[in-house]
Structure formats: structure tokens, C-alpha cells
Design a protein around this ligand. Structure first.
Ligand code: IMP
Ligand code: MG
Length: 335
């Protein structure tokens, strides 16, 4: 599987960061390229006893050998990016495409008031207003941003050159299928397409060069911000089930519901899933904490996973069983 794309199957926060950091460690890709909207996404990674929250640097940073790339479809906030790159010691191996759009204070300000902050419940990160400027052809690009000098390059060329050389490329998506501007619950969505096709376009990976699409689900559904959530639980009920979560970027409480098979089926269809992943099995099913093999899972958890496979018609190859990078059951053929 020279190229593998990981995308979210629900409303974001499916645990993609954890999965990508596992895959980066386990598969040693040459390049980990990030697609998606921009710094509105937050990934939490627990590596070697340390918890990192990243909004710009690819989660593949946990693999020290991987080169890290941000594709031209992704908006960059130079302040956030440079701070994270420095804190993670990733500056020397990070390339930002010269065509990435740049978020300014004015975009963040516009995103923190009015309809976007109110009705839509945006993250306030400036992403929507910056994408609006991109559509208007007025947005500044990374190539012209002095603070990013020395970091800019040609990400699509790097992605394709690595594949030409027979090396592995891991592409990490952000947000989730139903936050897509086209396929999501419009208008309660993010400002671009975040399905596999969109994520691949973000990094310059053409459809014919995609080998594996892993659609990531969580064992239950959460949603932060406005918009429909089928079967939404009362906050006290979510709390009682241990499903109460808080947004990595905004700190807002996440709304929660049980796993939605119909939504998952549609996500598998829209993304052309070749594999599925289910995270937080340990949270939904007691007795699975830190499991590393299929036989370590409880019968209840296994039958849930088999039920998902039956309804999707896609094999569930990866299961998250705890917050640490290595807390994964991996049923991929070669693992
Ligand atoms: P925006 O992307 O900041 O404009 O926010 C639009 C909607 O998408 C809001 O409901 C946000 O909470 C949601 N959203 C955007 N990015 C993420 C994410 O990475 N995880 C979860 N929700 C997100
Ligand atoms: Mg998140």
C-alpha cells in the first residue's frame, strides 16, 4: 500500500490523529502529508507519556524519520504553525506548499463574530473567511509570507516523487465526511470538501494513485458546534456513558450519540473505503483497555465490530483501545 489516505467518517474528532500517528510509527512512511481545511482541526496525540495537541503539523511527526508536508489545499496560520513546529522539534523536516493560503488576524476576527461564530458555531480559527478570500482570488499565499521562508516547497511534487521511488506516503485528512461543504449537513459544515477526494486534491495525489482509503469512525458519534445529530443524547446521559468529550481546538463540549450505521454506510460510499477503523472501543466497551490483538477484545466489542463490517461491507482493520499511540488492534493482512 504505497499510498494510504485516512479520513473521518462522521463529524470530525474520530481519533484520526491517534490512527495516523500509529500508522506513521508502524509503517514508517517516507512522507506524511496533511490535507483538510486548516487550523480549525485539532488532533490529540499521546506519545511516550506526553500529550500533544496539534492543529497544523501533521500527526506523523511522531515518526522521527518521516518528512512532513502540508498540501496546497490547506490553509496555514503561520503563528500556530511555527509555534507547533518549534515545540515538536519538527521544523527541519516540515515542508509547506508555496500555494497554501495564509490566515491573518483579520480572518480570525471575522470568524469570531456574526453568523459564523453564532449560527454555524465555527471554531473561530479564520478558516472560513480565508477560504472565502481564496475563492475571491485575494488571499495571500505561503510563498509570499516572510515568516515561512525556508519552509516552503512543492508538496505535490514531493508526494508523487516519493511514490515514483516506490516509497510509502501517508495522507492525513481532517474534519469528517459530514462536515464537508458538499456532502455534509450544509450549512452546518466546514468551508471545503473534506472527503477522500478533497483530501487527495489538497496534497496533489491523483485518484489513480490512491491505494488505500481508511475511513475512521469512533465507537460512538460526537459533534461540536451546530447542526443535526441523529439520536443526540442528553449531556447527562453522554456523561454517564463516559462519552462526554471536549473540543481540542475550542474546548467546547462535544455533543454525543450512539454509533450511526446509516451514516457510516454513506461515509464508506462517499470515500470509497477500502478499510475502516473504529477508535475508542475501550470507551464504549469496558474490558478492552490497551488491547493489542483481536483475541484481547471482549465478545461484546468483537460482535460490535463484526456488525459494523456487515453493515458497511468493508473490513475493520484497525481498532483504537486507548489513548496511547500503540493502543491499537491491527488486523491488516501484513501486520
Ligand atoms: P469552521 O470549520 O471553523 O468554519 O467550523 C464549521 C463547523 O465545523 C463547526 O461546527 C465546527 O465545530 C466544525 N469543525 C470544524 N473543524 C472541525 C474539526 O476538526 N473537528 C470537529 N469539528 C470541526
Ligand atoms: Mg479534532
Amino acid at each position: 500500500m504505497p499510498s494510504t489516505v485516512v479520513v473521518g467518517g462522521f463529524y470530525g474528532d474520530e481519533g484520526k490523529g491517534k490512527l495516523v500517528s500509529y500508522l506513521a510509527t508502524r509503517d514508517s512512511p517516507r512522507l506524511v502529508a496533511r490535507g483538510g481545511a486548516g487550523p480549525n482541526a485539532g488532533h490529540t496525540i499521546v506519545d511516550g507519556g506526553r500529550t500533544h495537541k496539534v492543529r497544523m503539523v501533521p500527526c506523523g511527526f511522531v515518526s522521527r524519520e518521516a518528512r512532513l508536508a502540508i498540501g496546497p489545499g490547506v490553509l496555514v496560520d503561520p503563528d500556530v504553525l511555527l509555534r507547533e513546529a518549534r515545540d515538536l522539534g519538527a521544523s527541519g523536516r516540515l515542508v509547506v506548499d508555496s500555494r497554501c493560503g495564509v490566515i491573518t488576524a483579520a480572518h480570525r476576527e471575522a470568524d469570531s463574530r456574526g453568523d459564523l461564530a453564532g449560527r454555524i458555531g465555527s471554531t473561530g480559527s479564520g478558516t472560513g473567511p480565508a477560504n472565502a478570500d481564496r475563492a475571491m482570488r485575494t488571499l495571500g499565499l505561503a510563498a509570499d509570507e516572510p515568516s515561512l521562508k525556508g519552509m516552503v516547497g512543492d508538496v505535490p511534487l514531493e508526494v508523487n516523487s516519493a511514490l515514483d521511488a516506490g516509497e510509502r506516503v501517508l495522507v492525513e485528512g481532517t474534519q469528517g465526511t459530514f462536515l464537508s461543504l458538499w456532502h455534509g449537513t450544509y450549512p452546518y459544515v466546514t468551508s471545503k470538501d473534506v472527503t477522500a477526494a478533497g483530501i487527495c486534491a489538497d496534497v496533489g495525489l491523483a485518484p489513480r494513485r490512491v491505494d488505500e482509503v481508511i475511513v475512521a469512525f469512533k465507537a460512538y458519534v460526537t459533534r461540536v458546534g451546530s447542526g443535526p445529530l441523529e439520536g443526540e443524547l442528553a449531556p447527562a446521559e453522554a456523561e454517564a456513558r463516559g462519552w462526554a468529550e471536549f473540543g481540542a481546538v475550542t474546548g467546547r463540549p462535544r455533543r454525543a450519540a450512539a454509533f450511526d450505521h446509516a451514516l457510516a454506510r454513506r461515509a464508506a460510499m462517499l470515500n470509497g473505503a477500502t478499510q475502516a477503523a473504529i477508535t475508542k472501543l475501550d470507551v464504549a466497551f469496558g474490558g478492552c483497555e490497551g488491547a493489542r490483538s483481536w483475541s484481547d477484545l471482549t465478545a461484546e466489542a468483537r460482535s460490535f465490530v463484526e456488525g459494523v463490517e456487515a453493515s458497511l461491507g468493508v473490513r475493520v482493520t484497525l481498532m483504537g483501545t486507548g489513548p496511547r499511540v500503540e493502543d491499537v488492534v491491527d488486523r491488516r493482512a501484513h501486520a
